[in-house]
Design a protein around this ligand. Sequence first.
Ligand SMILES: [Zn+2]
Ligand SMILES: [Zn+2]
Length: 353
Amino acid sequence: MRAAVLEEHGEPLSIKDVDAPDPAPDGAVVEVEACGVCRSDWHGWQGDWEWLDLETQPGQILGHEPAGHVVAVGDEVEGVDEGDHVAIPFNLGDGACPRCQRGHSNICENVMPLGFIEQAQGAFAEQVHVPVADHNLVHLPDGVSSVDMAGLGCRFMTSFHALAHRADVSAGDWLSVHGCGGVGLSAVHIADALGANVVAVDLTDDKLELAKDLGAVETVNAADVDDVPGEIKSITNGGANVSMDALGIATTCQNSVFSLDAHGQHIQVGLTTQDEQGMVTLPTDAMVMQEIEFIGSLGMPPTRYDEIFRMVSTGKLEPEKVVSETIGLEDVSDKLESMTDYETVGIPVIDEF
Ligand SMILES: [Zn+2]
Ligand SMILES: [Zn+2]
């Protein structure tokens, strides 16, 4: 099968023929029809995240936002059949540990991040293997196409889980979103549907325009403003109730925390870069004095995808609005390259393999 294979960090992926996967006894093979290209792929391509033990190795196939049809299942699989239309969450669980048993396989004790480790080769390929298929595969309802689904995962799912499950965003709350890449734009759209007033922050007018189309009531171009938190405090008349760092650099993380009113909740969704290596300085005393919460949020457990599907089916959420373009497998390296300078707008999705 054709696949885009990492040979050297930061160098173009090599498009070549590799062996198609066979299903493990508990696994399934999915013919990939669509797969989003994400900043997490960019991190994998750069060789980041060795501080999380997730530094990619040569030979790795990236790609973690796939949807498609099942073409083969292992002998032990019970709830998945050939021909099923499915999505694959990016954080594959073992289905057996206490966290998976409680429905939190996004933070499985033996998590297998798709496209980052050898045992979970990714979906920039014609086919992808999914271990523990009964536990990990999500069946798609009618009306959600593979391209829609690739737009949903991982960024839309991640934002939904962060806003609807981890933080307490409710009607009339002010939410500031720092960074309007795929995850930030998804957050704007979801928070608008949940009834919040959203202030979107980015360095690029194009992305802020799209944020407005998706429901932001105010935007702040951080390139034009010296004091981003001050600007948000002024817009919100005191500070945001909830604020998200949707990028994962020290500046956006700190700006997000400083944007909050007392009792505010900061949600960290972006994982950091080589500059931070996971360490960001925060105003802990001020956070204590104002009872500010710091919340981490990762992906979304597959058990709760139904909530999004219900909102998609009634038109309250339109994930396709965040999909900016569809591309071919051979265009992936160019897309990754353009992410270095934050040039992509919205979510590019591969639909030709
Ligand atoms: Zn587990
Ligand atoms: Zn992603």
